[in-house]
Design a protein around this ligand. Structure first.
Ligand code: CA
Ligand code: CA
Ligand code: CA
Length: 195
């Protein structure tokens, strides 16, 4: 019983090892692909071949497989240890928002902060016997960095709606919401820029 358990355990370990090696990256897959330069991959050494089982395997990275130096995997002349985009060539190291990531690989080239709210629509909803005017606002965020990124917007609905009966939409807007003529003449026109 003990022996068969050990045999089963050995079989499971072998299966796991085989599966992980089979799933690992062969460096040949680095060429012409979008795999990152620091993706580990293996090459067969000493005349060994993949088809032959590749018992003599050496691990490197896709950057090295593409011919780049180990200490400069994107080959832009900036050492990995100080490169602000390790796997994107960016010799200038430009970083307009001053975070740890260069412009070339930063997901957001901006430093957004809240600025103000802007009225962007008055919406008229008709119900049985009355109607409702809802105000919608854009919450405006501006970029304070030197990236000069465009503003971003979040749109929200003011929870304080006006409920009106037997009165024109314009009067309801003016008397109850106290909005300007500009907006009260443009009920249902959407100038909102957020989602
Ligand atoms: Ca580099
Ligand atoms: Ca770089
Ligand atoms: Ca940056």
């Amino acid at each position: 019983m003990r022996k068969s358990l050990l045999t089963l355990l050995a079989a499971v370990v072998c299966a796991i090892l085989f599966t992980s090696v089979a799933a690992a990256q062969d460096c040949g897959q680095c060429y012409g692909s979008s795999l990152s330069c620091d993706t580990p991959c293996w090459v067969c050494m000493g005349g060994d071949t993949i088809d032959g089982g590749c018992s003599n395997m050496e691990w490197i990275t896709c950057g090295q497989a593409r011919g780049n130096p180990e200490n400069d995997l994107d080959s832009d002349g900036v050492d990995n240890s100080v490169d602000n985009c390790t796997c994107t060539a960016n010799a200038s190291q430009a970083n307009c928002d001053g975070d740890g990531f260069g412009d070339a690989c930063d997901s957001v080239n901006a430093n957004y902060v809240y600025s103000h709210d802007e009225l962007c629509m008055i919406d008229r909803d008709t119900h049985f016997g009355y109607f409702e005017l809802e105000r919608h606002f854009d919450r405006v965020y501006v970029d304070t960095s030197s990236c000069h990124a465009p503003n971003t917007y979040d749109t929200y609905e003011d929870p304080n709606s006006a409920w009106c009966y037997n009165i024109s939409t314009y009067d309801c807007c003016r008397y109850v919401l106290e909005e300007s003529e500009y907006w009260c003449n443009r009920v249902n026109q959407d100038f909102c820029q957020g989602n």
